[in-house]
Design a protein around this ligand. Sequence first.
Ligand code: CBY
Length: 432
Amino acid sequence: MRPSHQLCLLGLLLISLIPSQLCQICEVSRENCSYLNPLVNTMVNSKYTKGIQSANILLTLRLVQIQNQRLEQQLTQQIQEDIKKREPNITSGELALAILALGACKNSSEVFIRDAHLVSKLEEKFKAEIENMETHSDNPLTNYYQLSLALLALCLSNGSYSITNVIPHFTPENKNYYFGGQFSVDTGAMAVLALTCVKRRKEKGEIEADIKDLNKTNVYITSLVNNILSAKNDGLFGNIFSTGESMQALFVSSNYYKNQRNCQETLHTVFQNIFQGAFHLPVAAAQILPALMGKTYLDVNNNVSCACSPDTFNISTDKPVSVTPTISPSNISVNYSVQINEIFNSTKVTVRKGSVFLDVMMAAQKQNKAAFCFKMEDGLWGPYITSVQNISANNNDRTYWQLLSNGQPLSQGAGSYVVKNGEYLEVRWSTY
Ligand code: CBY
């Protein structure tokens, strides 16, 4: 554990002890530690029922050494059971996160990872992603965020992959870094972490690679970092939900946070968002907390024993800020439409004040099933709309149902976005 991290956890060391090489990391100082309490409380006090999908939460608990044995045990068990039950259908990114979380520090899951052959299963899933790209016009089975997670987990857990075959797929020119023409900062950040892991292992002589491949890796990292930096807005990268992982990418591969002003700018906006309750979903809290405590996914180290530091966060047992906002008795009315190419189906619906996008979709469906019927799947980020009017999203065609308000794409899902009176809401059949 780095000294400055201990400061946050234990409040023991003086700032002057922090070695200067750590200046590239932008983490919350000891006196501001309490700003992180809402994030920790959300993670610790939420109900987890989603099996392997909760791997992201366990990974963060272990990385930042939040001691909660009951929760760690519960999540570990759920993840292992889900792997046994759903293995062939688990995606590459889910399995990668599970391997990272279960093996984040020295613990008894090591045996499970080995006996269930998780690393070789991930190698297979990674290959299948690349094969799908070869047969489906460069489209992976899932997406590049997951492909990057898979490469990262393989790199950290000594899995095998051919650098010469894999690295060219990560060229920043690849369309999979872009959704609807816009650079996906989350995806770029995860790719930087994965490529930096490969680069470091090669530099340390732990893996063999051609010098040409190493040079390519360096060029790709630099270019992806520049794309992340170009997506800067008010100290955030992309939006608030991509900032944590972007910070991690910048920590491991750039000097951006050497400048304290850059760090203060990011932390200021992140704190504001914490106050406003932006991180009410445990996954959102889990994805930003490591960076705020100066940690990155590259710190996953299965040789370090799992934490036994005292609880220093003020973990309350209160329920976290509710996901469903308090519904007040007054009603609001919004416009809702479904757009498929040039065809629009529009309606006006009345919902309770404080309702979310999904409530509007359900009210419209009740009004007119033929025009507004839809299906969804429950994920870590809440409901994901899979089909509307029986037209389904498909990764091989890069199609999905986009959510918009007043013509602008939303940065929250259907279960989180709180609608306003008079707003024009839309689900649009789109390609990404
Ligand atoms: N995780 C994944 O595989 C998801 C990767 C991710 C890059 C993710 C964002 C980033 C993250 N940190 O987890 C991602 N979204 C992807 C890849 C996608 C595509 C999914 C299809 C595929 N090929 O796998 C796709 C279709 C482009 C997509 N996201 C769509 C949407 C919209 C969902 C609408 C619907 N049909 O329900 C939506 C709502 C955007 C819109 N306006 O339509 C959307 N995503 C959002 C807002 C988000 C953010 C969620 C933020 C929040 N608070 O709810 C996101 C964090 C995330 C999840 N998407 Co996508 C990005 C952000 O805003 N920073 C790995 C797995 C193991 O867990």
